[in-house]
Design a protein around this ligand. Structure first.
Ligand SMILES: [Zn+2]
Ligand SMILES: [Zn+2]
Length: 269
């Protein structure tokens, strides 16, 4: 089970039309997903990836300016300023001796080697690249991450969210994690904290509200981390990456209670 970029865009547009508390958030996210989709298609068309970001950088870098223009125009103030500065820097380098040392390159490489959910442009630009690698089965070559249950088996990325599916669809007893970087899903044990591995059921709990019936928040009292779970057995047409964002009020709720999210989503929530 894996969603396509066009399914993600369509789901975000659909949810943006509702009158829920996250409608405007989803409308921005739909625009962002559409740019990521275009970048994914363009990378695919450009021909085979090497798996080394350093080598693939010319192709990946080219995808970034449309994203920067969109954010400079419509993004939140802090990101818009950053986008404008990156565009200036991009133009300066393009006019001279190639892109060596350009700020965009540094930012992409920084995300690749040390993923951070605070590096918005890195994450936004590399999700399409990493998912292209995953789709074409080209292993990332220059990404040093330690293998662990709670890390993506393909790229070593952290989980963005968890998914519940019918038990037969996964060998994790019906639970999967979705990678925040390459969007791969992998099976994961059902009753255990994704962050610290706590197995005591008295310390791992979940919170649910009828307002988001197919979402729940899995929180751990041992490490105080949480992530959202999208229950596809309750709503099969949900697209986890997008429905997770639609549940933004739950993030607020968790933060007010002192829980920290394992990985912020692309919208910084
Ligand atoms: Zn991954
Ligand atoms: Zn924990």
């Amino acid at each position: 089970m894996k969603d396509s970029w066009s399914q993600r865009v369509a789901r975000a547009r659909q949810l943006a039309q509702g009158d829920g508390p996250s409608a405007s958030l989803l409308s921005s996210y739909a625009d962002l997903l559409a740019l990521q989709h275009a970048s994914f298609e363009s990378l695919k068309k450009g021909g085979p990836a090497s798996g080394s970001l350093e080598r693939d950088l010319p192709a990946v870098r080219e995808q970034v300016p449309p994203l920067l223009h969109a954010i400079a125009e419509k993004g939140p103030e802090r990101l818009a300023k950053e986008a404008t500065a990156l565009l200036d820097d991009y133009a300066r380098h393009a006019g001279h001796n190639g892109h060596d040392g350009a700020a965009i390159d540094q930012l992409l490489l920084a995300y690749w080697h040390t993923p951070s959910d605070q590096n918005f442009f890195g994450k936004a630009a590399l999700q399409p690249y990493a998912s292209w690698l995953a789709e074409s089965g080209v292993d990332p070559l220059d990404r040093a991450t330690k293998p662990a249950d709670n890390r993506c088996p393909f790229c070593g990325g952290r989980p963005q969210l968890s998914i519940l599916v019918a038990a037969s669809e996964s060998d994790g007893g019906g639970r999967q994690l979705l990678c925040a970087t390459c969007l791969t899903v992998w099976p994961f044990r059902r009753v255990v904290c994704v962050y610290c591995g706590e197995e005591d059921e008295r310390k791992t709990g979940y919170f649910h509200t009828p307002a988001f019936d197919h979402l729940r928040l899995d929180a751990c009292e041992s490490c105080k981390h949480y992530l959202k779970t999208v229950d596809l057995t309750k709503l099969g047409l949900a697209v986890p990456l997008v429905d997770e964002v639609a549940g933004a009020p739950l993030d607020l709720w968790a933060r007010e209670r002192g829980y920290e999210k394992i990985e912020l989503n692309l919208l910084g929530l």
